[in-house]
Design a protein around this ligand. Structure first.
Ligand code: AVJ
Length: 314
């Protein structure tokens, strides 16, 4: 894990256009800042998807094509704090469906917290956590016997490039059987005035989330980034539909990463690209599915039409 981080940082900072993978945001501190992001007034994504899970639980359940005689498993990729999922889980338990909940996340902390809270809040629910990068767990899914309901919420897919997303969905499709279902959360393309503030909030929470990546490199790879010498920048155009985040060097500076025995030079105004958050519409999703065995078989939106949960089947 540490070796991979070291390698990715070295490669990313050696490029002509410097970049760091967004998956490294999520250390213990990054997890905490992300929870704050989800509660920010500007971050409409979580609220919009929460509204879908709260007001359209019955429609979700209908689309899952389940009945009380069959056993199924709900597998969540990148479960996080599971707040939205709990709305569905609680309803399914009350209605006496027979199922297990299998959350998968890269963060061990997030999984432990989720399991503890579920054991308290939904006592009869069977929970089995699994720690890992969800790209790697796809292979395990194939041999899974029960009907699978795969949750990939929060527009987590938006951090992948379209090529990565295509590959991921192809693999996921291959691991699925006819009766399995994916619920895919996707932030929808909309005006800049709504999207941009979600990634450049007034109070600077997103800035601290972005800068924490440098703090993590300092701690884990023995580097000497001065985080005060970097700014946060977010960009978005509605025509492209991708919000991008950068760290921008305030001045010309050299940073040493001891564990790499190497220094990196940053020009004044030089950017490190840290994240893409893609936004979607039906055409883009259909494009991602084109060479997979999956198709859109339903779509649930919030009242503002900011966000959608797509139902994908084979
Ligand atoms: C968790 C990937 C959906 O891209 O909106 C929030 C992460 N980054 N603010 C997103 C994030 C900056 C978030 N996802």
């Amino acid at each position: 894990m540490k070796e991979k981080f070291k390698k990715d940082v070295n490669e990313g900072l050696s490029k002509t256009s410097k970049a760091l993978p967004s998956k490294y945001f999520y250390d213990a501190i990054g997890d905490q800042i992300f929870v704050k992001i989800m509660h920010m007034p500007e971050y409409y994504l979580t609220r919009a998807e929460h509204e879908i899970f709260k007001n359209k639980t019955n429609e979700i359940i209908t689309s899952l094509n389940i009945n009380k005689d069959i056993k199924f498993d709900i597998i969540e990729l990148g479960a996080g704090d599971g707040i939205k999922t709990k709305l569905l889980l609680r309803d399914l338990v009350e209605k006496e469906y027979q199922f297990k909940y299998l959350p998968i996340d890269i963060s061990k902390d997030a999984l432990n917290n989720l399991k503890t809270s579920l054991n308290k809040e939904i006592k009869t629910l069977e929970v089995e956590t699994k720690q890992g990068d969800y790209f790697n767990v796809l292979d395990d899914l194939k041999s899974h016997k029960n009907k699978k309901i795969i949750l990939f919420l929060g527009s987590n897919i938006g951090n992948m490039s379209d090529d990565e997303a295509k590959q991921f969905l192809e693999k996921l499709g291959n691991a699925m059987h006819k009766e399995d279902i994916i619920l895919l959360g996707a932030d929808l393309i909309k005006n800049k005035d709504i999207v941009l503030p979600a990634y450049s909030d007034e109070s600077g929470v997103t800035k601290s989330f972005n800068l924490n990546l440098l703090t993590r490199i300092n701690k884990e790879l023995e580097a000497n980034f001065d985080v005060d010498k970097f700014n946060h920048l977010a960009t978005y155009t509605e025509s492209e539909g991708i919000a991008r985040s950068f760290l921008v060097s305030k001045e010309r500076q050299e940073v040493e990463i001891k564990s790499l025995q190497k220094s990196f030079l940053f020009d004044k105004d030089e950017k490190i690209h840290t994240e893409d958050s893609r936004k979607y519409n039906n055409e883009i999703i259909e494009g991602l599915l084109a060479n997979t065995s999956l198709k859109i078989s339903g779509k649930l939106s919030d009242s503002n039409k900011y966000f959608a949960d797509y139902i994908l089947t084979k």
